[in-house]
Design a protein around this ligand. Sequence first.
Ligand SMILES: [Zn+2]
Length: 429
Amino acid sequence: MDLKERLLAEIENRKEDLVQLTRDLVAMPTLNPPGSNYLEICEFIKARLQRAGFETELLRAEGVLGDSDKYPRWNLIGRIDGNHPGDCIHFNSHTDVVHVGENWTKDPFGGEIEDGKIYGRGTCDMKGGMATSIVAAECFLAICPEFSGAIEISGTADEESGGYSGVAWLAEQGRFSPSRVQHAIIPEPLNKNRICLGHRGVWWAEIETKGRIAHGSMPFLGDCAIRHMGAVIQEMEDYLYPLIATKTTSYPIVPEGARQSSMNLNSIHGGEKEQDNLYAGYSAPCVPDRCRIRIDRRFLPEEPIETVKAEISNMLERLKDKRPDFEYTITEMFSVPSVITERDAPIVKSVHKSIKEVLGESPDYVISPGTYDQKHIDRIGKMKNCIAYGPGILDMAHQPDEWVRIQDMVDSAKVMAITILDLLCKEKN
Ligand SMILES: [Zn+2]
């Protein structure tokens, strides 16, 4: 058997181990928010990688957004260097999962296996992917102990809430600089036959309308901020949403519904604050003096962020011209431009070749509707040779009864291992 055949056979042999590793990771409820059990999961990955010969660093993003003594933001990086100089390939997975939610029929942390699938919160997004990359690297090391370059594996915090104390912070420390890492794969659940090149852009902002408080029985003595906000939303319905719907892309964004620009209204708050369940009374009659909405605008690679912002501010200014006493403020929360890796980038070509070898078909190139940690590797780390590739069906992410198919993990592990072989093993041919 040549090296490649031995590598594929090794992965088949370790299928049970891959399943168990996924179940062990899922059993740790690393819920974010608030960000629980990060140290526990990092210690677990650390011990696992050390057994495989990795040097590890446990790093806390102290004082960074999200970090506190109660919920410290721990990150783990493992690195193993070969005997010869060469490129470093980095596999980055986030350790956090979103809250469980309703309508589960399985134990969210039980890792139950049924019909070839492992069930649980984070199986798909993305502890299955993390386990896959770890087993792929371990199998490669067993088959090709003499290699060039280095392999890094990281488990990082807070991707689900922006990744500021995870990949963003590590990138600020130079952990993803092109001098240190030359290839990066993020095993997010994009499916075993797809290469995700990047994502759409996002802009979050808060719009507040102003009013004047008065007694609810004499609203003419006040000015209702909620009615002003109603006018804003009406303007969005009449003008902005139809405009956004005309913007389409030539990029392969999935699902197809995301091939046009989109905007969600994340929240609306106006008037008296809602009381908690312990309060049994009515509310007081007041004209609300302010109302706020938070908008989540997702834009296409073809759309400049300046245009996206101008559409909103022009709309608000127009309303100010035609609506008496209309006053507003708009506050930007954050923005991330669209990030897309070139199709002829080395990691794209290598994974493309590996998918063809393992699955016997050419991969689809896709772009994600939402952002993930590639944004930080690209923008802060300045490392452009990065993709998302991993097992799992994207639609299952964050759902009740989330699952990952075991065969998909095995196939993806083969793709990852052959990619490592391609990039780091000189004697592969
Ligand atoms: Zn994810």
